[in-house]
Design a protein around this ligand. Structure first.
Ligand SMILES: [Zn+2]
Length: 546
């Protein structure tokens, strides 16, 4: 029952009744109150902790759409175009040309033990190379003895070298597969698209599926990244949650020094719908403070930049065929009905506006059969929703988690290539969501883009694209709104807003410890505010020592 009073330069509580304080009293991982030392004196004798005297405390950030895979990928070589910080704080400069990518892989292979040890890079995005595709000839320059692969930033494509194709039996003429493009010589170019084609070669290059879903090492790496970015609660938004993975998560999150609360969502994928919903319902009763279970994730369509998202008319700008359903509409209906009946919450990935429309129609019908107040079914990404769809989300009791980072990384391509200027300007419509009254969060979808909530807030506030244009001025939100969208907003989508998301009496003592006050930051500097570390459940974690 030890009581600690932390002094800070400033505490931004996000509790409107008491928005600013200098001290916060914490006992057993719970906030007793924020205020002046005099106001907190009534709680009894306390240890005074001065280490944050020159820091600014905010509620711990909540990353409502990320993946433990972010932790797994750092075992491979980063070759993305943008600079990126790894969990140990090392900044990897962007690889700005194919030659640079090759060079980095060549450097990395010097560390490998054998001439045939596989080598994997990740983060490639041909969009930044004028859409010049990487080929097996490129990767053969890295090695013609070992399997070499590069996963794209989207994680929907894997490029491999000739050795990999040959040993997997794919380096031959006569292949007809939509995910395997052929070169002028009639042989595969080495680009393997989609789960099936990727799956045929992934393990040969050393991309281990179980490890990508998050093994112990990945979880620890992921947790270090959370501390470094001020995150105290993070989802894993598509977990198979095998018995083995669950046992590992229970063990690791229970460790006294594990710094983050994990919320893995069970992905509907291979098992029948009723089984998934029942499994999620059963998992609810087995949660701990740092491992929250019992929610389901469904992916309705693909990605917009991959032209696999489902769009309503008039579709893609260049007339490309409509995208793919990743779930059958009947499956979605069955899942929504069973989930509502059993009180299981569902988060649905909808990138295209036709996918969003399907989710809205399906939920409306399911609610007519199984009314359930406060279900908070949440649309994830929901990048192309228009204002009418936002209003329907509100009416149906939904929440939305918009992909603010995406706008920076792919906004230019959407403007020029995929959906054209008008829809590009309304993508990830934060302002529209707020005006419609839809509870809103913003996210990174790491590893697709880097997890760093202050960067995500910067994206939503500025709406800059990678080329430096402001795209969709009207959908910008202000700094307080953006900070809400990385704390209380995502907490709401997880039904955790009564426990986390603000610093106030009775809530978990989860803080992001910052070197400057984001409320006073210049909008353009928001992403540059250094994060000292976190306090999670009353335990202090310094990024430098994580
Ligand atoms: Zn995701």
């Amino acid at each position: 029952m030890s009581l600690t009073i932390y002094r800070a330069r400033r505490i931004r509580t996000l509790n409107p009744a008491r928005p600013i304080a200098t001290h916060v009293a914490v006992r057993d991982g719970i906030v007793l109150g924020a205020g002046t030392p005099e106001e907190l004196a009534g709680w009894g004798s306390a240890t005074r902790d001065e280490r944050f005297a020159d820091k600014v405390l905010l509620p711990g950030f909540v990353e409502g759409h990320t993946h433990l895979m972010e932790g797994a990928l750092w075992r491979y070589v980063y070759v993305g175009w943008h600079d990126r910080t790894d969990p140990d704080g090392r900044v990897w400069p962007g690889a700005r040309t194919i030659d640079h990518v090759i060079e980095r892989l060549r450097d990395a292979q010097r560390e490998l033990p054998h001439a045939d040890s596989p080598l994997v890079g990740w983060g490639l995005d041909p969009i930044y190379f004028g859409n010049r595709r990487c080929t097996r000839a490129d990767l053969d320059r890295v090695s013609d003895t070992r399997p070499v692969g590069i996963a794209h930033a989207s994680l929907h494509i894997l490029n491999v070298n000739s050795v990999t194709l040959r040993t997997a039996g794919w380096l031959r003429p006569g292949i007809e597969h939509p995910g395997v493009p052929l070169g002028a010589d009639g042989l595969p170019t080495g680009e393997m698209k989609g789960p099936e084609a990727m799956g045929a070669v992934a393990e040969r290059v050393g991309m281990d599926r179980a490890a990508l879903a998050g093994d112990e090492e990945a979880v620890r790496r992921f947790a270090r990244l959370c501390v470094r970015t001020g995150v105290t609660t993070a989802t894993d938004l598509a977990s198979p949650l095998t018995e083995e993975a669950l046992a590992m998560l229970r063990r690791v999150t229970a460790e006294a020094a594990f710094p983050v609360r994990l919320v893995p969502l069970l992905r509907l994928l291979l098992e029948p719908v009723p089984q998934t919903i029942a499994r999620a319902a059963a998992l609810r009763g087995t949660t701990s403070d740092r491992l929250r279970l019992g929610r389901v994730k469904i992916v309705a369509d693909g990605s917009i930049q991959g032209f696999s998202a489902r769009l309503r008319a008039p579709g893609y700008l260049d007339g490309a065929p409509n995208g793919l359903w990743y779930v059958a509409p009947e499956q979605l209906a069955q899942a929504y009905e069973l989930a509502l009946a059993q009180g299981v919450q569902i988060h649905t990935h909808t990138n295209g506006d036709e996918a969003t429309q399907l989710a809205l129609d399906t939920l409306e019908a399911a609610l007519a059969k199984h009314p359930r107040p406060d279900h908070r079914f949440t649309l994830q990404h929901c990048q192309l929703a228009d204002r009418a769809q936002m209003r329907r989300m509100k009416t149906l009791g939904m929440a939305v988690n918009l992909f603010a980072n995406h706008h920076f990384y792919w906004g230019d391509e959407h403007y020029r290539l995929t959906v054209g200027p008008e829809r590009a300007e309304r993508m990830n419509a934060c302002r529209s969501a707020l005006e419609a009254g839809v509870p809103m969060a913003i996210h990174s979808d790491a590893p697709v883009t880097p997890m760093a909530p202050l960067f995500t807030a910067w994206c939503a506030v500025n709406r800059l694209t990678a080329s430096g244009r402001v795209q969709g001025e009207h959908e910008r939100i202000d700094i307080p709104e953006a900070l809400h969208a990385i704390t209380l907003g995502p907490a709401h989508t997880l039904h955790l807003d009564g426990e986390i998301g603000s610093i106030e009496t009775g809530k978990r003592a989860d803080f992001a410890v910052l070197e400057a006050d984001p409320f006073e930051a210049d909008a353009h500097a928001l992403r540059d505010i250094p994060v000292w570390g976190t306090v999670q459940g009353g335990r202090v974690f310094a990024a430098g020592q994580a």
